[in-house]
Design a binder for this molecule. Sequence first.
Ligand code: BG6
Ligand code: BG6
Ligand code: GLC
Ligand code: GLC
Length: 926
Amino acid sequence: MLAVHLVSFFFSKLQEDPTKKVDRFLYAMRLHDDQLSDISARFQAEMKKGLSVESNAAAAVKMLPTHVRSTPDGSEKGQFLALDLGGSKFKVLQVKVREGMGIRRGGVEMEEKTYPIPKELLVGRGTELFDHVSESLKDFLHEKNISLDKKHPLAFTFSFACEQSSLDQGSLLGWSKNYRARGLQGKDVVQALRDAIDRTGGMDIEVLAMVNDTVATMMTCGFDDNYCEVGLIIGTGTNACYMEELRHVDLVEGDEGRMCVNTEWGAFGDDGALDDYLTEFDRDVDAASNNQGKQIFEKMVSGMYLGELVRLVVLKMAKLGLLFDGHVSDALRTKGKITTANVAAMEEYKNGLKNTRDILTGLSLTPSQDDCIAVQHVSTIVSFRSSNLVAAGLAAILTRIKQNRNLRALRITVGVDGAVYKTHPQYPKRLHKVVRRLLPECHVRFVLSDSGSSKGAALVTAVAQRLASQKRKVDETLSPFRLSHEQLQLVKARMRAGLEAGLKRKGSTAIKMLPSFVYRTPDGTEHGKYLALDLGGTNFRALLVNFKKGLQQNTRLHHKIYTIPLEIMQGTGEELFDHIVQCISDFLDYMGMKNARLPLGFTFSFPCRQTSLDAGILVTWTKGFKATDCEGEDVVGLLREAIKRREEFDLDVVAVVNDTVGTMMTCAYEEPTCEIGLIAGTGSNACYMEEMRNIEMIEGDEGRMCVNMEWGAFGDNGCLDDIRTEYDRAVDDFSLNPGKQRYEKMCSGMYLGEIVRNILIDMTKRGFLFRGQISETLKTRGIFETKFLSQIESDRLALLQVRSILQHLGLDSTCDDSIIVKEVCGTVSHRAAQLCGAGMAAVVDKIRENRGLDHLNITVGVDGTLYKLHPHFSRIMHQTVNELAPQCNVNFLLSEDGSGKGAALITAVGCRLRQELNNVDNLLSS
Ligand code: BG6
Ligand code: BG6
Ligand code: GLC
Ligand code: GLC
């Protein structure tokens, strides 16, 4: 019985598939999906660590910013020399890029020559290595008959970890693979190259960009595939790069857009993060390497080490008697005797076994058929583990990109290069399969770099060249908008002179300084129910306000918003006022108050020359209004006539009020120090409490009166022409009121978008925006409303969202376009805020001087969509006031209830005064 068992045991042993014992022996190298997901998660954590400024110093995976901000868009062009150093071959190239447009990419022509690098140079002095590089370059120029007289831009692919502070600077963090030249670590490699070129002499070379091979590979592949945002090398070494959101790249300033990050994932595990996955063979490979303890992941994955791993496994198995009947040859004991090319050959589809036998025989071994099957299987497990590890790393990167972009699914292309990927027969298929299994929701395409990395390096260089010239042009265009402190001081001084002239009414002054017949701010005694209208801002509103004496917080306010269609704004005066009265009628119905003849305050946000509180002659329409037969007329009269025409209800129009005045009153009701009103909205204007003695057109010297400055017209006499740009003039020329409201047209919401649009058109015409294509949308007046400017400039928006706003507006933009558009918006609104601040500085200083004070504390009541919605306007405006009026402490109070409430307060005072006058009359007549 026992004998039978023994026989069957030996029989089964004899029958056993030789791959099984290899499977058992290399159990630890066969990673299943759970382990790959675990490794992937660890790598994700490493990426985070490397990106963060706090943990970067201690991070093994360095996540190096590359200063490459965009993938190719077809507009790259030029002729470049290129060097490709650090892969298995050192090459010098000439790359010619012909420009294309959009998806129609240009063409690339390349000529190249491989120069061998003597082994001793790899480990000799750095300067000698670079001398060899530069002499090879010179030889190339000779051989290809490239002129030595001309300056040649050069792109440098340097496939080692470098810390870059710009595209053309990078200090070597450490050598890897088979390089170990002395004296370069920590040094700027670009400078080392330039020095070597100088030493060689006789060439005029401008090194414009240095890139890692992963980055260059991504760019090479990105030239044909827009979705390529990852670069991968599985060659002598291994590494990957990808497009990261700049806001996550702590080491580089700025939040806009993306930047390619060179992960240097070869160093994954250098801090022990992969220790539990390392086998004794990995430890042996590391121990025998020239960079012990470094590039742990690379040593499990890349071409320089795969053959060695196979040799060590085979050697160990042979020693244990599991192969070759326990026979071991000297060759098998020798480092480097099995290469990665051998591994690829052993795994060839048809000839694999035969190749294995030849290789083993070449190592003075006499393998059986089973030995060959087993050794082939060792190769398979080692190379399979390599592709699995790469898949885990890639899965981490793709997951991160997907999360960055808040996507559930991701479509992306990975550009790949390197001898292992290119020459190993099974590798690509295995890699693709595992990545797709780990990330079923991602549509991943792999593209082999057809022409090495130099095409990509040249593209980066071309972009660098283009961006530098584009930046110069953008700066040139925007520089007239960037006002110096001196210029702002001049604006303040001119505003002061302008308002003084307005108060004195000398000739026809630009700044009208219109008396408002409001003598004081509210004192809390106001009470009763009032109607108010608020016409001239973004919204037309009807309001009912109920004040309780001394109880500010108990004020009741009901309102309804109405629209005024453009054809009414610009139709006849009668139509406009009939429309207003129709809205009042609707509001009274809505409130159930048709029969109560309520007093009404009319906020009318246009310049009116008032002779009393309830009479105001419209000087001129401003902003978007142009109704006929109103200018020169008393608007209260026009309103009363329209009420009469309707014959439906009666109202007692007590006051006509500018919105600045209404706003000042609204705010003063809460805050008694409020003596200035400011509107930064569709239009721009201010009012303030001026001394009666200074207002020449009004009799009486006692006390104060609120003056509606109408500062929007500042500059109409030409005094701002030196700071107006051609774009301001274009906006003015095409406006409803050319030549008028020049200051308003530089700083209010109605015009900022138009200024932006005019700049964008010009930039597009000059070819550095929207690929030179002026779309119909861009030709459309008024597309950039203030709310879009506010959105575009919001700090919380990623560039992608800016792009989608532009897309929504019908402007098809690239990432670079969006950056420029945002900069244009920012510059225009910054100037607007500064100009408004300069105007306000003049006002507060005037009040301070009126009162003979060294120091003034004052509050400004403010309203308007620009002030309320724009992310930076208010801050910059406040800052400018502080800088230009250092003797004033100016507090800005946002009007919460609009100016209608203020108009109602003025109406309340008006009613009381009228009552008092009536009482006096009665007294006198009795
Ligand atoms: C080449 C690239 O095609 O691939 C090099 O041009 C890169 O820049 C190399 O370093 C990587 O592969 P290998 O196998 O040569 O290390
Ligand atoms: C509102 C006021 O809140 O702001 C209006 O009630 C004023 O009277 C307006 O005209 C100004 O802002 P915009 O942006 O609507 O012109
Ligand atoms: C090494 C280098 C890295 C390079 C990779 C592939 O890992 O450190 O910069 O990208 O090899 O060549
Ligand atoms: C315009 C008007 C002015 C108004 C301002 C803000 O400048 O002329 O009266 O105050 O816009 O709405």
